[in-house]
Design a protein around this ligand. Sequence first.
Ligand SMILES: [Zn+2]
Length: 274
Amino acid sequence: MSYVVGHKRVLELLKRLLTGSKFPHALLFVGREGIGKKRVAHVAASYFLCKKGGCLSCRDCKRVLEGLHPDFRLEAPKGKGGGILIEQIRELRDWAFMAPMEGERKVAVLDDAHLMRPEAANALLKTLEEPPEGTLFILVTSEQSKLLPTIVSRCQIVRFHPLSRQEVEEVCERIGVPEEVKRFCAEAGTLRFASVMPSQIETAKRAAETLLKNPSLKLLAMEEVWSQETTFSIFLFLVRKKLNGLLRKGWNERLWDLHRGLLEVERLFYGSNL
Ligand SMILES: [Zn+2]
């Protein structure tokens, strides 16, 4: 069973890029949320740290895939709304500049990189401007436009295509996701909601329908969904998707107000400060 479903061309490209003696210092993985970018980042790190050309089965590779290799590090936002803090980037930088524990290389992965606080982004930029030798940075994002252009320009961009319906279903079956949730994930084209309960999807769907039938900022604050973080994230996803579709067809004042209100809520919920 392979570690990653889909993304064949991306994996081929990464193997070529990372198993030779010349390699980029920073990669930026860009693609929709919940399609396996972070898993691919683990594979890329294995390619980079493996002494057998990226075998994915030696002790080094296995430890990277499990997140246990001492020369591999993953940073992610601290909880919902927390963003990536400057302390995290400082620690990451200090770690990156120390000699590797085992080989000659290190990999630092920054998940949801667009959630870096502005000071954190500036600190990372300085590190990327003068990167430590032998260290590969992998920034992972679903929202490239929220990253500093100066950071983006320091990275080689790797674009991910959405997973096909069949690929989403394959992963869901592999991890034993209930039928209703599998259907929802396949339709949404993301595995982001693979661990939610069917009842949460139902509640979120109902709330999203109510809101979009009668777009109002008051309804955006519905107690029923707000009180439950997971349900609220499904609700936000559904409303955003539908609203973008409606705005593309034409806009009116109420939809526009809802869009602005939603942006604010998204900013609070996902914790982006940029
Ligand atoms: Zn290996």
